[in-house]
Ligand binder design. Structure first.
Ligand code: FE
Length: 160
């Protein structure tokens, strides 16, 4: 009997470690992108690295996608994870690209951020854990959310 319990324990232990997919309730399983800091430094520009890996913020009104209005999908500059649709993009007046919704809730993770004496909610890419920006509750209908994203954290795929 003890042996059976022990064996079951071993099986669960092994299964747990071989499971590389992240489990998010009700979401599609997603492969994680894991890179060393050296690998990130190699594949990103210094400005992208500062935002994505060091939680930096680009200067307002300077980003490539702030005034960008083409139809398409905005992807993570770190891992190409599809994050936002141009159909949810709007001009928040803040100086950064803003979206009132994510393409899929499972693709963007949120976390309380108390840095710089402010209470904010940080948003990161669920696939590669890169910093994207913050989400605020002063957005337009229907969500009332404002995903405030650094252009440097995004790439763009045009659709017709
Ligand atoms: Fe990513």
């Amino acid at each position: 009997m003890k042996n059976k319990i022990f064996l079951t324990g071993i099986i669960f232990f092994v299964l747990g470690f071989s499971q590389k997919k992240e489990k998010i309730p009700g979401a599609i399983l997603m492969d994680k992108v894991l890179k060393s800091e050296q690998e990130w430094q190699t594949c990103l520009t210094p400005d992208e690295y500062q935002v994505l890996r060091n939680k930096g913020t680009e200067r307002a009104f300077t980003g490539e996608y702030y005034k960008h209005s083409e139809k398409g999908i905005y992807t993570c500059a770190g891992c190409e994870n599809e994050l936002f649709s141009s159909s949810t993009k709007y001009d928040s007046g803040s100086g950064w690209p803003a979206f009132f919704d994510a393409l899929d809730k499972s693709k963007v993770k949120t976390k309380r951020d108390l840095s710089y004496g402010m209470i904010r909610t940080e948003i990161t890419c669920a696939k590669c854990d890169s910093h994207l920006g913050h989400v605020f509750e002063d957005g337009p209908k229907p969500t009332g959310l404002r995903y405030c994203v650094n252009s440097l954290a995004l790439d763009f795929k045009k659709t017709n």
